[in-house]
Ligand binder design. Structure first.
Ligand code: NI
Length: 164
């Protein structure tokens, strides 16, 4: 097991669409274990493979009831709206109120290679949406409205440049 370095905003791996996982094998299992350890160490409630520099469509999560993984996930349904103060391990130290659907249905491949579906709402639903976005190269600031996003980008580039 290993804690992997987490890529941060500005890294191109975070803004590319990741590739489908072709095979669930022992190497993938090692990556999953390392990602879970990295997420727990951070600490965070979700972590997508591009955040550790791996161009594959999978993410791990743990909202308090144990870690799990979704391989080649898709959001097949979503409903409701809610705002929540959201952060990201790849944009450390920043939080914004972000509006997303409240309920989602996620379809994915499990660690054992089986197709599964999972309904989730509130925090877990939000994690599914946030991490699926990462696999499409979308960071949380892209979910802000135009003015908020402009301000967020200015603030991040100014503070990173100043070393704050
Ligand atoms: Ni994130």
């Amino acid at each position: 097991m290993a804690v992997l370095p987490i890529r941060t905003i500005g890294d191109q791996v975070l803004v590319r669409r990741a590739r489908d996982v072709a095979e669930v094998d022992g190497r993938l299992d090692q990556l999953i274990r390392d990602m879970i350890e990295t997420m727990h160490e951070a600490p965070g409630v979700g972590l997508a493979a591009p955040q550790v520099g791996v161009d594959l469509r999978l993410f791990v999560w743990d909202v308090g009831d144990g870690p799990d993984v979704a391989i080649n996930p898709t959001i097949v349904e979503s409903s409701g709206r809610w705002r929540y103060e959201e952060g990201c391990l790849s944009v450390p130290g920043y939080f914004w109120p972000i509006e997303r659907p409240r309920r989602v249905l996620l379809r994915y491949v499990t660690r054992d290679g089986e197709v599964a579906e999972r309904e989730a709402e509130d925090l877990l639903g939000r994690v599914f949406l946030h991490e699926t976005d990462h696999l499409d190269g979308v960071l949380l600031i892209e979910r802000l409205d135009d003015e908020e996003r402009r301000e967020a980008k200015q603030r991040i580039s100014r503070e990173r440049w100043l070393g704050a």
